[in-house]
Every structure is written in C-alpha cells, then in structure tokens.
Ligand binder design. Sequence first.
Ligand code: PLP
Length: 432
Amino acid sequence: MTSSAELFATAQQLMPGGVNSPVRAFGSVGGVPPFMVSAKGAYLSDADGNDYVDLVCSWGPALLGHAHPAIQDAVHSAVDRGLSFGASTPDEGKLARLVMDRFGGVERMRMVSTGTEATMTAVRLARGYTGRDLIVKFAGCYHGHLDSLLAAAGSGLATLALPGSAGVTAATAAETLVLAYNDREAITAAFAEHGDKIAAVITESAPCNMGVVTPEDGFNKFLAETTTANGALLILDEVLTGFRASDAGYWGLTGRTEGWTPDLYTFGKVIGGGLPTAALGGRAEVMDYLSPLGPVYQAGTLSGNPVAMAAGIAQLTHATPEVYAHIDAKSLELQGALTEALTEAGVDHSIQRAGNLFSVAFGTSETGVHNYAEAQAQEAYRYAPFFHSMLSSGIYLPPSVFEAWFLSSAHDDEAMNKIFDALPAAASAAAS
Ligand code: PLP
C-alpha cells in the first residue's frame, strides 16, 4: 500500500496543505500525518500498517467507538432505501424528538449539515429576531469558520474585534465583541455600553477549543440571566459537548439542575453518528422566525439527509446512561494516569476538565487555565514531543495542545492499558 509519507506528498500537490481541514496537517506538532484507512472500536489503522488507540474519536462523533454495529446496520439499511430524496422524511422528526427529550427548552429543531452552518444560522436568526446587530463571543471559543465568529483578537472589555482571518471584512469583525472567558464584569460592562445593540451572546457550553476550560460555577446561568434581562439571546454551542459531556451535553451538567435554558442551542458531531449532520434548536417563538414561517432565510440541499438521520438516530438510541458512565470512568482513570506520569517526570501541568472532556496544559499548575490568554501563555512547546512519543507508541492524540481528548464506550481496559503504558515515556519527552 502507498505509505502515509507518499500520500501526504501527493496530497500537498492536490489540496492546500494536503488536507481538507487544517489541524490534520500536523502544523503545530510537525511530522507526517498518518493517513487512516479504517477504524474499528477504539482503534484507527493507517496506510503504513500501524494501529492506534484513538483519543480523537473523529473530534467527537465516535461516542460509541468506530463502526459501531448498530450505526453501521442503520446506515446500510438507509443506503438501501436511497441516498437523498430532496423531500421530507420520517426520520427527521425522530431525530428531532430524541434531541428534545434530552435538552431542556428545545421546542423546534432545524437540521443542517455542519456545526458551522448551525452557528451561522443561529447568529443570523438571533439578529433577525432581535433586530440588533452585535454578537458577543469569547476569546478562545471556536464556533466554526463563519466570518463573524472568526474574530478572536482584542479580548479587552468591549473591544471591537480585529479580523481573526484574512478575508473577513473589518465591517463584519466590528459587529462581534470579543470578551475574555469567565469574566462576568466584562459581560456586565459590555451590556452597559452596548446593551440595546447586542443580539446574542454565543458561548461554547464548556470551551474545548483553547484546550478545555471549565466554566466557573454559575457562569452560563449568569449569561442566560444577563441576556434575558437585556432582550438579547443566549446561543449555547453544544456542537462539541452535546451528547458527550452527558446525555444532554454540558447543559445537562449545569442548566438542567440550575434551572435555566438558553434561547438557542447548536448541535453537531455526535448527533450525526459520524455522518455530516448538525442542528440548531430552541424556543419555538425564536425558531419560527426561520423560513418558511419567518423572515430569516435558511435552507440546505442535503439537510436532514436520510442516511445521516439514520446514523444519528442509531447513535442517540444507543447512547445509554451506561455509555456515559463508562466514558466518565475511563476519563477519570486517564486523567489520573496522565497527571501521575507527568508529575513523576517533573512536568508542571494542570488537567483541564469539563465533565469527561479534558486536556492538559503545561506550566499551569499554580492557577490552571480560565481563559484564552492563560491558555496561550502555557508552555505549549512541551506538547509536540509528548504527542510524538505517544504516536510512536501507538496512541493517536489530538495534534494540538489546544484540543480536548475524546474517549468512547469502546475504550476497554486493553485499550486503556496501552495508553497507560505509553504515558511515562511521553511524559519524559515533555520534560526535556
Ligand atoms: N462549534 C464548536 C464548539 C466546535 O467545536 C466546532 C468544530 O469543532 C464547530 C462549532 C464547527 O463544527 P463543524 O466543524 O462541523 O463545522
């Protein structure tokens, strides 16, 4: 078989950076990315004949492990009925119902194909519903690659953001206020200054794209109360955390017991069972502003695709309490083994947690990481040697220190032991 090195060299002639999503190019850890040819359970197999215990899980969707029989079967039988009808199908409502049964305050849903589409639509909807222009986001939170939310610079209080990407117009960036995460005073001040212009606050339910950052107690509730008090909407981005941090995402660990719901949620990843499906959902009064009922336009040729719906239904049906209990337990074991290996090797670090999602941050043991500035200030250079040591031991980690680690219900003791065995050498690599 053609090697990963050869495939990568060819891919670089065909696609920018040789990839279709930037993190796959291994830019921040260096080296040749293994090209994957198959996946089963907790394992990935590459074109060079190597197997890896997978701690990326397709960046979240593989909640039940790869190629789970129930999802494979559901997909095969959906494929046999046809790939895409361009018309409504019974399964769209079934998947919507499974989501509504889990997340409080979801009275209407709209299926889309990617998380980016979900947040893009939520932002447009919030603007259309409120008649206001400004969106508040937090530095370090990723919501997909829509222009208005790529703005991440200038996290000072109510600072009008600079474009975070070439190609984003200054006018677009100026409609996004970027604030420091976990900073309630900054929120209060932003609303005091711009309150009647703010359409929505969008936040990751727990940030997992600057590494994991735990929302301080009551932070999301505070956002819900502040937006409501000011006639703005709260968009809770559960694309990554949804159906993963718990059956009802990170909201299930906070809002469910604290007694609040956002106006809009965005979902992705797990909801599609590994196929391209995402969604937004929320209060009927807001959601009904979407076309065809309301004036906010949104559409999609492949939205609610029947094969993707079948995969999502199978995934959520099999995402039982036992699945979450298993992932929570394995996550705790891994966090413990990771911190033990790093401590043994004398590597200063903190484990950043949001439910079963976690990441490691180097040189941060005194305070941990609470926002993007602190995430960026860590000793990030320690991650590349750590990552490559794990990779050469057959463990596939996220190729960036600013990403969460993902487990699945297929990570059994055998897979976990492989990870534990690899940790001491990787910790020593991180120390040097
Ligand atoms: N929102 C969050 C929190 C994400 O983590 C991501 C992707 O990682 C997105 C939105 C965008 O989703 P997609 O990559 O499906 O466009």
